[in-house]
Design a protein. Sequence first.
Length: 226
Amino acid sequence: RGEIRGAAEPAMACWERDWWQKRHCECTWTKAALWLAFLLLTGGLIAPFAVVKPPTATAGYAFLTRFELSPSPNSTAKPPPLQLLSYNATVHIALRNPNLYRGISYLALAAFSFNGTRFDDESSAAGVVDLYLDAQEEKTVRLEVGGVDRKLPAAGAAEFARQKEAGWFEVEVRLDAVVQYDMARKTWCPLDIICPLRLQLVDSDVAAIAFNKTKCTILRVKISGC
Ligand SMILES: *[C@@H]1O[C@H](CO)[C@@H](O)[C@H](O)[C@H]1NC(C)=O
Ligand SMILES: *[C@@H]1O[C@H](CO)[C@@H](O)[C@H](O)[C@H]1NC(C)=O
Ligand SMILES: *[C@@H]1O[C@H](CO)[C@@H](O)[C@H](O)[C@H]1NC(C)=O
Ligand SMILES: *[C@@H]1O[C@H](CO)[C@@H](O)[C@H](O)[C@H]1NC(C)=O
């Protein structure tokens, strides 16, 4: 193996030397620099077409106007195994398309959970998101959900009492989506956005709401064309 490598190297160097000798013009270096600049420029222009970036998400504004727990009325067990949650929540999530040239079609279903238990109404139209993001465009999704007597397990009730004491509730908002990228394969790519939020319970006529902007986590499934 060593012999083969030894033979190949001088041949390569020879070829290179010949090539340089044939074009011993003064402007070779200028030409090379121009070519390099050209390649970098076209590379910079073409690369954004090749790369497909998922949208980013930030929860900019969110609060609760109702978040109450009451024991299940018919339950005789102590403590009752189920508690009933009544809630009204408003969450604004800004979705941004970071791609320079590529639009994104976005279809999602929102899900709200407290202490690992989903509490919003799965069949409600309030959680449906259907939008199109132009290249570099940002749009805000406004979710307003409300419901009464959603079942919460006993562990959730303990956590509820603790968080109520603390002054805010930890609610996870999840957008389970499929996205389609323009100028890519016509695949609908699964994409989940998870926003762990700390929400204040406020009166609906309150002037100021304490909420910290929260960056959401993006989970992509790496399949071909996505
Ligand atoms: C409680 O019992 C009443 C009548 O017995 C029934 O109509 C109601 O659906 C029950 N509620 C729950 C939460 O099980
Ligand atoms: C739910 O609450 C229980 C009791 O406080 C806690 O131990 C558990 O980690 C919580 N689970 C989640 C998913 O937040
Ligand atoms: C909660 O939302 C319902 C409609 O979904 C509305 O009728 C009710 O007044 C709201 N309650 C609060 C406290 O915001
Ligand atoms: C927002 O952030 C500040 C500082 O990090 C913190 O003191 C405050 O408790 C947070 N508020 C909420 C609602 O999470």
